[in-house]
Design a protein around this ligand. Structure first.
Ligand SMILES: Cc1cc2nc3c(=O)[nH]c(=O)nc-3n(C[C@H](O)[C@H](O)[C@H](O)COP(=O)(O)OP(=O)(O)OC[C@H]3O[C@@H](n4cnc5c(N)ncnc54)[C@H](O)[C@@H]3O)c2cc1C
Length: 334
């Protein structure tokens, strides 16, 4: 039986999530002698993976400091080691719920993979860096070709050699699908924008600009039925299903980008921190990392629906650690 009442001790700072935002916050907080505890996720599902979203990508080419790029998993392992070197403690646990109405804050966490009992940790300050998971279509063939032609991030992957001068498919019809598709026209020979309806959901100005792009071909009332390819070549095409006629046809493509939104990982907060209409954490100051709850800070994609890059997440992690350290000092916790 889970023993939720077991309180080991009150932590100065708990960091929830272990992507670039969480590890950067941990590096800064540990160097400020806060000995932070990182609850890194338990790995039960993709959105609970210690290391975060970059654990699912091969090459990261745009993080400064790595002239020739770095493997996503390696980058996250090095960030963790850097955080641990200065005294960060790490637990591969997933936070199930919190109580931010009391001081110290209460955080319940569990490892469902190893079957650990639920534990309760108290903390004087908390940094939330739980990310926002990219939504995928959910096809088996899509998962099979991930990193081999399937992506969910045009800014991250668009410039990779396999996508250059090649036909590509983007799935989605909102603002971010238009942004992704337009961005990809810089590299691709042609971008097929596959959308379920007969007009884009994006804002009028964005939709008009997108459809005027000569490299963009809209594919209306349609969905991707199957991603086609081989182990050796990766994606070679997609099978499209017309939702009105149920007929299928194949589009030749070297890549497929899912642009059907992100899900911020904020469910465990149960409304205790102010969220925007899409579920992202609101930072009332905008520039700083404070949330609507004093002593609770947020960093990375969980509070950023615009940029969603490793470097921006890391930058926000740095800010959150500095803000948390100052908050703790002002409250006599050193
Ligand atoms: C296919 C793909 C390729 C990408 N490639 C690049 C690239 O080349 N360059 C680039 O800059 N960006 C890239 N990105 C974007 C980048 O991955 C994200 O911007 C970045 O990982 C965000 O960092 P984060 O720390 O905010 O969140 P994440 O990396 O998403 O980490 C979130 C962390 O929170 C944990 N977590 C979630 N919920 C809980 C909970 N309740 N309790 C405990 N832990 C929890 C997760 O396990 C995870 O450790 C890519 C994204 C995708 C999808």
């Amino acid at each position: 039986m889970p023993n939720s009442n077991l309180i080991e001790k009150t932590e100065k700072l708990v960091i929830i999530g272990s992507g670039p935002a969480g590890w950067t916050a941990a590096i800064y907080a540990a160097r400020a002698n806060l000995a932070p505890l990182v609850l890194a996720g338990d790995g039960l599902t993709r959105d609970r993976m210690p290391g975060g979203q970059l654990m699912f990508t091969t090459e990261v080419e745009n993080f400064p400091g790595f002239e020739h790029g770095i493997d996503g998993q390696k980058m996250m392992a090095v960030m963790q080691q850097q955080a641990e070197r200065f005294g960060t403690r790490v637990s591969n646990h997933f936070v199930t719920r919190v109580d931010f109405s009391v001081r110290p804050f209460k955080i319940w966490h569990i490892n469902e993979l190893s079957g650990d009992d639920e534990q309760l940790t108290e903390a004087h300050a908390v940094i939330i860096s739980t990310g926002a998971s990219a939504n995928y279509l959910g096809l088996e063939s899509e998962r099979k070709f991930e990193n081999n032609g399937v992506s969910a991030c045009a800014v991250c992957d668009g410039a990779l050699p396999r996508f250059r001068n090649a036909p590509l498919v983007v799935v989605g019809g909102g603002d971010s699908a238009c942004e992704e598709a337009t961005y990809l026209t810089k590299f691709a020979s042609k971008v097929h924008l596959v959308h379920r309806r007969d007009e884009l959901r994006a804002s009028k100005i964005m939709a008009e600009r997108t459809l005027k792009n000569p490299k963009l071909v809209p594919v209306w009332n349609s969905t991707v039925d199957e991603v086609l390819g081989t182990d050796a070549d990766g994606v070679t095409g997609v099978r499209i299903k017309n939702l009105k006629t149920n007929q299928t046809h194949t589009i030749e493509a070297r890549g497929m980008f899912a642009a059907i939104g992100h899900t911020p990982n904020t469910k465990f907060l149960n409304g205790q921190v102010q969220l925007n209409e899409k579920g992202y954490i609101v930072l009332p100051d905008g520039f700083r990392s404070m949330t609507s709850v004093e002593g609770v800070f947020a960093a990375g994609d969980v509070a950023d629906s615009v940029y969603r890059q490793a470097i921006t997440a890391a930058g926000m992690g740095c800010k959150a650690a500095i803000d948390a350290e100052r908050h703790l000092a002002e409250n006599g916790v050193h």
